[in-house]
Design a protein. Structure first.
Length: 268
């Protein structure tokens, strides 16, 4: 029998999940709840013969409810709407930042909750998702959750839920750090006389190529950095400037700490 799955929230990550699930469309029945669906989300749902924003009665429940909404919306939507989608056997798979499994279980009266944190490269199947499940989650339900997360890219299981805030700060928010670096490199090039478009192409492709090199070679970033850094050369001068007085290492650590702090605030 096909699994009945509900996706609550069809934004950026919800849309990415829908794209990843399309090849699996014949293995489950899907309902999407999104008050303002994008044209892409609407097209995917229609193409796969899924259902968008149906009217449900109180007896309608699902095998899995995926929470793709913003955490700020959960207190109101959870009690008013989402709770009615959940029964004793329903697996709740949350990709919300900050909201812990205990709170989700309490608000939704759910017995089985898995918390996951994907990131935006999942839109192209190049993301990484870390997850944690409470001990009460059956192995079959965990396997279902992993099958739903895998289309986004790599999937890692955490040892404890306490690690989730750090995951949110490192990989969940991490793509923004990389994009900011690309912006800064382009701005510096433009400041040194390059045309803006050229500076952007040079910076962006450098980031793209460097990430691809890590993926293709399997080498760690430290070794790759050392390989391109000749003693007393231009790269050495640049990396010395980036790391002077703690430099970029300290800044990234502060960024991660700030993201962790905010994640914990969202969970209150």
């Amino acid at each position: 029998m096909k699994k009945r799955i509900a996706l609550v929230g069809g934004g950026r990550m919800g849309g990415a999940m829908l794209r990843g699930w399309a090849p699996m469309a014949d293995t489950f029945d899907l309902v999407v709840f999104e008050p303002y669906p994008s044209a892409e989300v609407s097209e995917i749902v229609a193409t796969q013969s899924w259902v968008l924003n149906p009217e449900l009665d109180e007896t309608t429940t699902f095998d899995c409810v995926v929470l793709g909404i913003k955490p700020q919306l959960f207190p109101s939507l959870g009690e008013q709407t989402i709770k009615h989608l959940v029964s004793d056997h329903t697996l709740v798979l949350s990709i919300m930042a900050g909201i812990g499994t205990a709170k989700i279980a309490e608000v939704l009266d759910a017995s089985h909750v898995i918390r996951a944190m994907p990131n935006t490269p999942g839109q192209i199947g190049k993301g990484v998702t870390a997850y944690w499940n409470s001990p009460t989650v059956p192995s079959e339900a965990e396997a279902l959750a992993v099958s739903l997360l895998r289309p986004l890219g790599m999937v890692e299981k955490l040892q404890s839920e306490k690690q989730m805030d750090a995951v949110t700060a490192v990989s969940g928010s991490g793509p923004a750090y990389v994009f900011l670096l690309a912006e800064a490199m382009a701005a510096a090039g433009e400041g040194e006389g390059l045309e803006r478009g050229l500076a952007e192409r040079l910076a962006w492709q450098t980031v793209i190529g460097s990430a691809a090199l890590m993926e293709e070679t399997g080498q760690n970033p430290q070794d790759l950095r050392r390989a391109v850094t000749s003693p007393e050369g231009t790269t050495a001068a640049a990396t010395d400037a980036l790391t002077a007085g703690g430099g970029i290492v300290t800044l990234v650590r502060r960024a991660v700490e700030a993201a962790i702090h905010r994640s914990r605030q969202l969970g209150k």
